[in-house]
Design a protein around this ligand. Sequence first.
Ligand SMILES: [Fe+2]
Length: 361
Amino acid sequence: MVIRDESIFIVDDEQALRKLLSYWLGGNGFQCHEAESGEKALAALEEKPADLVILDIRLPGKSGIQLIPEIVEAHPDTAIVMATAVSDTQTAVQCMKLGAYDFLTKPFDLKLVSRTVEKTLQERKAHVKEKEYRKQLEQMAKEQFWGQHDSMVSSLKSLAYALEAKDKYTSGHSERVSLTAVSIAEKLWLPSETIEKIRLAGIVHDIGKIGISETVLNKPGVLTPDEFQLIKRHCEIGEHILLPALKDEIILKSVKYHHENFDGSGYPDRLKADEIPLGARIIAVADSFDAMVSERPYRHAMSIETACQELIKYRAQRFDSEIVNAFLDSIPPCGKGESVFSDQARALRRSPVFNAGVVTR
Ligand SMILES: [Fe+2]
């Protein structure tokens, strides 16, 4: 007899049937374990996962059907084969829709049991391999993305910082927007990969301003309609600049759409609500907050409290309410611990005067 690596767990309330399957499959070299109820099976699988479970549909306590989602959830690599009476084959089909691989009908035809077990274990092996392969590919793509783009990302960051360094009013803006956007993304429990992309999008969000005249960008006072049209172009210019270097949708769309408004009144495409990519909705809140609490040639800075009130006031109009809430949650209580706002808090509380509302450029 060839000793097999695979283990089989037999769950049936009829002891005679359990023993029969254990004896037969054990004789085929498999390591067999048994339980007479779903609850005992779950506890035993927790201790020692199996490659395959033969699961009776009718069990005392939790039924076989109720157990499928729990086993699939806790042990995604364990294959399930249902055991059922001939009259229950419809239910067995339903079980396969829930995640079972196959079913066996009672009374058992032992040769068919062997064939079904072999076939299921092969399918399971292929499934596990495919999952591992997909995971490896995703990992490779991730490493390639950050690896290949490392030097390009550094250059883009340098470009963003160099642009800001020319202007005392916007100096440090990108870095602060990036930090604030990351705080919001963390409050929303976004995946770490997405948070990293939002971090970069925050730094480069205004890179398109490289294509806009400084006279217009820093003009004190109100912009003419033509000048405003010109400024609006920085979102699309930004996307064009980044496209050859970063073929990443999250970053590109965050940059292109960071001036869209939740009610559809923004630019460049007047997107509404969920049409606006999540990264762009996050950058919009972080960008507006930083712009409001910063001095500009055309207006004074707001206090942090007033800026927060403005964000609350324009919730659902300009901003996604959920993101404003996440932003407000991310601000630590005043005077406690380090925060990305602490420098601003110290510097800006002395500037109570503002006159530009919540409109940012
Ligand atoms: Fe902008």
